[in-house]
Design a binder for this molecule. Structure first.
Ligand code: SAM
Length: 287
C-alpha cells in the first residue's frame, strides 16, 4: 500500500514526543539562527509548533524532524523552523501611549523641521509581525502629514518571519480586530472592505511602508539615520548579550534626538550612555 493510501485508511498520528536531547538541539539551532531563547517551560508550546513542520514534511515524529535537521539538505528548512517557533502576537495600537507620543510630541516637530526642502523622516518598525504595528504607525503619521508632499516620509517594517511578513503585506484583517479600538483612532486606519467580509488597510497607508525580512541578530543593510525605532515585545525572547548588542546598533542608526520604543515589559539590559528614558519605555538618543 502506498504511503498516501495508508494515510487515508488510518489517519496518521504524529509522534510529538520531544526528548531532552531533541529539545536541546532545537533550542541551540533557534538560538544560533534567531537569537531566540526557548525557555524550558515553553516545551509544550515548542512541541506543538514543531508538530506543524513534522506534518508539513510528511514525517512521523519530532525525532525524525530533528534527524532531518542534521542532514546537509536541511538548510532550506531552518527559515521554516524559525517561522514555526516565533511568537507573533500583536494588535493595532497596542501600548497606545507610544502612538500618542509619536503623533503629538514627535511627528509635528519633525514635519515642521523637515518640510519645505523635502527633508527625510524615517521610522523603522523592527519586529513588525503581521503588520498591525506598522499600519498603526502609518495611520498616525498620515494624520500628522496630511496631504503634504514636501516631506520624504517612509516606514521600514521588518521581521525575521517570512510567513507573517506575507500576511502583513496583504493587509487584510478580520473585522473583529477593530471592534475594541478607541473611536478616535479607528478612522485613522482608513479601512476598506476587501469584499470577503474582511477589512483591508487602504492603499494610501500601505504605500507608506516597505516590508522586508530582517534578522535582528544578523547584518543590517540599512545605514540610517532613523528618527524613530520601534522594537517592541521581541527583546523578551533574547538574552542580555543579544539585547545589548542590538541596542548598540540601534543607537548608531538613531538620529540624535531620535526615539526608541520598547515593549511594556522590556527595559535596557543596562543603562546606555546615549539613551535617556523620557517616558514609559520611551528612550531618547542623546546628541
Ligand atoms: C510578539 S511579536 C511583537 C510584534 C509587535 N512588535 C508588537 O509589539 O505587537 C515578536 C516578533 O518578533 C519577531 N522576531 C523574533 N526574533 C526575531 C529576530 N531575530 N529578528 C527579527 N524579528 C524577530 C517575531 O517573528 C515576531 O513577529
Amino acid at each position: 500500500m502506498s504511503r498516501s493510501s495508508a494515510a487515508l485508511a488510518q489517519p496518521q498520528l504524529t509522534d510529538v514526543t520531544l526528548t531532552r536531547d531533541d529539545m536541546g538541539f532545537i533550542s541551540k539551532l533557534v538560538y544560533e539562527h534567531a537569537g531566540i531563547v526557548i525557555r524550558e517551560h515553553k516545551e509544550a508550546m515548542t512541541r506543538g509548533r514543531l508538530a506543524r513542520r513534522v506534518k508539513a514534511l510528511g514525517l512521523n515524529s519530532v525525532a525524525e524532524y530533528c534527524a532531518y535537521l542534521k542532514t546537509p539538505q536541511a538548510a532550506d528548512e531552518i527559515p521554516e523552523l524559525i517561522n514555526a517557533v516565533t511568537t507573533n502576537h500583536t494588535s493595532f495600537f497596542r501600548e497606545r501611549h507610544h502612538f500618542d507620543h509619536l503623533r503629538k510630541d514627535v511627528l509635528p516637530r519633525l514635519v515642521q523641521e523637515r518640510s519645505g526642502r523635502r527633508g527625510r523622516i524615517r521610522i523603522w518598525c523592527s519586529a513588525a509581525s503581521s503588520g498591525e504595528e506598522p499600519y498603526s504607525i502609518a495611520a498616525v503619521s498620515r494624520d500628522v502629514l496630511g496631504n503634504r508632499s514636501d516631506v520624504d516620509f517612509k516606514i521600514l517594517a521588518t521581521d525575521i518571519d517570512t510567513d507573517i511578513l506575507a500576511k502583513a503585506e496583504a493587509a487584510i484583517y478580520s473585522p473583529d480586530q477593530f471592534d475594541r479600538l478607541p473611536s478616535d483612532v479607528k478612522p485613522l486606519l482608513k479601512l476598506e472592505n476587501s469584499g470577503r467580509g474582511e477589512a483591508r488597510i487602504s492603499d494610501d497607508l500601505r504605500r507608506m511602508i516597505a516590508f522586508k525580512r530582517l534578522n535582528l541578530i544578523e547584518r543590517w543593510p540599512m545605514s540610517g539615520p532613523f528618527d524613530v525605532i520601534f522594537c517592541r515585545n521581541v527583546f523578551i525572547y533574547f538574552d542580555t548579550q543579544t539585547k545589548a548588542s542590538i541596542l548598540d546598533r540601534f543607537v548608531t542608526l538613531l538620529a540624535p534626538g531620535g526615539f526608541l520604543y520598547l515593549g511594556h515589559s522590556e527595559s535596557l539590559p543596562q543603562p546606555h550612555p546615549q539613551l535617556r528614558l523620557i517616558g514609559r519605555t520611551i528612550y531618547e538618543r542623546l546628541p
